[in-house]
Design a protein around this ligand. Structure first.
Ligand SMILES: [Cu+2]
Length: 121
């Protein structure tokens, strides 16, 4: 009789743990990136995210992940900053930008089909 009760309590405990205490691993993972690194996915004609804001005089690294195989997506240009990069397919590529003054800096692919902007405040 005692054993049955122990098993019963164990089951209740297990149910409580399962429904209230257990959190799937996927929800516990936090992106291990510093504040000044932003990941941008290049896919389906848009940069995600396309609009980035940051504070004046802070350096930023953009981690591009290009998932679009078309040649159109391969180049990213920052005309105001004199920076350009060739993005490999499906591999992260980090573009380090110089510190910027207040203003808006656009970036785009060679044919301007992909468009994004960095707003420095
Ligand atoms: Cu393009």
């Amino acid at each position: 009789m005692l054993i049955v009760n122990v098993i019963g309590l164990g089951l209740i405990g297990l149910i409580i743990w399962w429904f209230w205490l257990y959190k799937p691993k996927a929800m516990q993972i936090k992106e291990a990136v510093s504040d000044n690194e932003i990941t941008i996915v290049v896919e389906d004609g848009v940069y995600q995210p396309a609009n980035i804001s940051l504070n004046e005089n802070s350096a930023i690294r953009l981690r591009f992940i290009r998932k679009d195989a078309s040649p159109c997506a391969s180049t990213v240009l920052f005309p105001d900053l004199d920076v350009s990069a060739e993005l490999p397919l499906d591999k992260p590529f980090i573009v380090t930008l110089p510190t910027m003054k207040k203003g808006e800096y656009s970036f785009h692919c060679q044919m301007k089909m992909y468009n994004g902007s960095i707003v420095v405040k």
